[in-house]
Design a protein around this ligand. Structure first.
Ligand SMILES: NC(=O)c1ccc[n+]([C@@H]2O[C@H](COP(=O)([O-])OP(=O)(O)OC[C@H]3O[C@@H](n4cnc5c(N)ncnc54)[C@H](OP(=O)(O)O)[C@@H]3O)[C@@H](O)[C@H]2O)c1
Length: 323
């Protein structure tokens, strides 16, 4: 597996990480199967694992699975919700950050967090105060790197002025290209790494979802506006593009979606999630696919003709988490 560095931080990780959230969703595989999968990910070359306090029992699962090779992996987790629950709203009070850290260390069975992200910007706590708190935790050796998630350019700049930000984690894929407006150039200028979440568009870009797909009511896509039937139908044109590119490159749609992201900037490290080993290996294949400048221009031109419809989150959640 090739490696990449997150900006100028020197933090070197596998070019593709593993988004672990899905392993703790309803209908996820058993704990034993999950542990086996996470260990196989490491054995196959993945060294970057993404979790969060807000992902239920996910930190405990990741901690147990990765304990035998803790020193060899980079674990990223996130703070910033009341009691770690999105629906209770944001809380980046220094006391909550410190309490979350202690809880995360315990669940992850470790005495340091490699990369500690603020999950969402908290409008009630100045980002300088958040960054100052992280700086203190870094001085204590409990946190190695600071990250932000879904923060805007101004917040990134303010935080970075207090303590270096190693990575921004925000949604980015052919399905959601908002970071191209201002974020990616800001990260490039400040030499901060970019970790795109939902890089497969929550599965949409893999060609396995269409207008007739039925989602279980516990699946967040069942209440995500962009996954309603009408929007899936309207956005199918994007899937058709990815499928046809995959045919041309003798690759799979998921591999094209990921190789496109990797081709955007050398400081980008996507974190696709899957509960299945064969898909993990398939996704890892994207690192060996290279898209030529001509192919990238062709994709760029095709994407420019498409208008992706549907909000990412239901209004009630959007209100709670600010974005
Ligand atoms: N910072 C944030 O606010 C935030 C928000 C969302 C996510 N994240 C992080 O980003 C990670 C990934 O995001 P995500 O899970 O939302 O979306 P994703 O990685 O874009 O897509 C995951 C979905 O795609 C399916 N899938 C994966 N590989 C596939 C393949 N090769 N063929 C067909 N289907 C495939 C998975 O199903 P199977 O399990 O059935 O394979 C799953 O339903 C999360 O685990 C989490 O760590 C962060």
């Amino acid at each position: 597996m090739k490696s990449r560095k997150l900006g100028s931080s020197g933090l070197e990780i596998s070019a593709l990480g593993f988004g672990c959230m899905g392993l703790s969703l309803p209908n996820a595989p058993t704990k034993e199967e999950n542990i086996k999968l996470l260990r196989s990910a490491y054995e196959n070359g993945i060294t970057f694992f993404d979790t969060a306090q807000a992902y239920g029992d996910n930190e405990a699962l990741v901690g147990e699975a990765l304990q035998p090779f803790r020193e060899e992996v980079i674990i990223a987790t996130k703070f910033g919700f009341k009691e770690g629950k999105q629906m209770l709203g944001l809380d980046s009070n220094p006391e909550n950050i410190k309490a979350t850290l202690e809880a995360s260390l315990k669940k992850l069975k470790t005495d340091y967090i490699d990369l500690f992200y603020q999950h969402r910007t908290d409008p009630n706590i100045p980002i300088e105060e958040v960054a100052g708190t992280i700086k203190e935790l870094m001085q204590q050796g409990k946190v190695k790197h600071f990250g932000l998630s879904e923060a805007n350019a101004e917040t990134i700049r303010k935080a970075h002025a207090i303590v270096p930000v190693t990575a921004l984690q925000s949604e980015y894929s052919m399905f959601y290209r908002e970071p191209e407006n201002e974020i990616i150039s800001t990260l490039e200028a400040l030499e901060i790494g970019f970790v795109p979440f939902s890089p497969l568009g929550k599965g949409f870009l893999t060609g396995t979802i269409n207008a007739s797909t039925e989602f279980d009511k516990t699946d967040s896509r069942s209440f995500s506006p962009r996954f309603n039937k009408e929007n899936r139908e309207a956005n199918q044109v994007l899937v058709d593009l990815v499928v046809s590119l995959a045919e041309d490159k003798n690759a799979t749609p998921a591999q094209i979606a990921l190789s496109w992201l990797l081709a955007q900037k050398p400081f980008i490290v996507p974190i696709p999630g899957t509960s299945k080993l064969h898909r993990l290996l398939e996704n890892m294949g994207s690192v060996s696919i290279s898209l030529s400048d001509a192919e990238l221009s062709k994709i760029h031109a095709a994407l420019a003709t498409m208008k992706i419809v549907g909000e990412r989150y239901p209004a009630q959640l959007q209100q709670k988490i600010g974005k």
